[in-house]
Design a protein around this ligand. Structure first.
Ligand SMILES: [Zn+2]
Ligand SMILES: [Zn+2]
Length: 337
């Protein structure tokens, strides 16, 4: 089937304004790209940071969205790794240069010239999108449906954060029990880890969800569990969680920050860092992270709780997500065939 000339998209034009539902031309793939008919695209907290103007220099106008599942409908002339009708996942990392210092060291997540899907290049809040074939993941039949969209960022970034922890760590704290934590707790428990889930103070509903999913302990972020943690992953964007997590981790413990944006971190005493505790941020992902993640979840069935919205309802999805009104992940269901 020949793709049409124009498509519906939700377009970010200006900070502080809702996305605009409009018709735009269907993009033409370059020689290294594929044209993808979008099946679904997840709404990630990073999308909120972009539309709120908290991340600098987005492409404008921009089609957001970097948790894309779609079907390949056209191939660029040099694409060999993907075939027509393959179901692919498109993540946040959209392009790297291959020749900067970081790319040469195998740290392409830190590439000086990287492009990011739904931020510096157009993403998946649209009926079609193009993506560089080298950064797409082939999705197996178990993960080719709309409900798998959150794996492409919440899953991948969550997994990179989890992988930064020393493999010997047993007691792991998850601060902010949203979509990434929902995915990571399933992998961590399958690997025999003890999970401590921290939510907003008083959010007993989310604490119950965490306990149901197998957490060893769940409580508010100001509470102190009876056992010391070996590591902490902070998925929430509240900077004050860093000193709090440092008080919860034992000597040698790592505090990993999984978000792209955080509010200011309050000053804290060196005593909190003493004992070889560390604080580290997680930036983006490498293709290797993706391959390792999809390999692991072949053997662990991951349930992602999703609330579906139509493409034209993207603003509603964003607002509900922002207000914490969605239990699980918000996903735009683009192709309802
Ligand atoms: Zn590079
Ligand atoms: Zn994301």
């Amino acid at each position: 089937m020949t793709p049409p000339d124009s498509m519906w998209a939700m377009v970010f034009e200006k900070v502080g304004h809702p996305l605009v539902y409009k018709q735009v031309p269907v993009p033409e793939p370059t020689k290294s790209q594929v044209l993808i008919k979008v099946i679904a695209c997840g709404v990630c907290r990073t999308d909120l940071h972009i539309v709120d103007g908290e991340l600098d220099h987005p492409k404008l106008p921009l089609i957001p969205g970097h948790e894309i599942i779609g079907k390949v409908v056209k191939l660029g002339s040099e694409v060999k790794s993907i075939r027509l009708n393959d179901i692919v996942g498109v993540p946040w990392l959209g392009y790297t240069c291959g020749h900067c210092k970081f790319c040469k060291q195998g740290k392409e997540n830190l590439c000086d010239n990287a492009l990011f899907t739904g931020y510096t290049i157009d993403g998946g809040y649209a009926e079609y999108t193009v993506a560089d074939a080298r950064y797409c993941f082939l999705m197996d039949s178990a993960h080719s449906k709309a409900g798998s969209a959150p794996l492409l960022c919440a899953g991948l970034i969550g997994f990179r954060s989890y992988h930064m922890i020393d493999a010997a760590a047993n007691n792991i704290g998850l601060y902010g029990f949203g979509v990434a934590a929902h995915i990571i707790i399933q992998i961590a428990i399958a690997q025999g880890k003890k999970i401590f889930a921290f939510t907003r103070d008083g959010d007993t509903k989310t604490q119950q969800v965490a306990m149901k999913m197998g957490a060893h302990w769940a409580g508010g972020s100001s509470e102190v569990p009876a056992e010391k943690l070996d590591a902490a992953i902070i998925f929430a964007s509240a900077g004050e969680l860093i000193p709090k997590a440092l008080t919860d981790v034992d000597k040698g413990g790592a505090v990993i920050c999984g978000g792209i944006h955080m509010s200011e971190i309050p000053a804290f005493s060196y005593d909190l860092l003493w004992g070889e505790r560390s604080v580290k941020s997680v930036a983006n992902l490498t293709r290797q992270d993706g391959l390792a993640f999809f390999d692991i979840i072949k053997n662990i069935s991951i349930n992602t709780q999703t609330a579906f919205f139509k493409l034209s309802q993207a603003n509603e999805a964003i607002n509900k997500f922002r207000n914490g009104e969605i239990a699980g992940a918000a996903v735009l269901l683009v192709d309802t065939d």
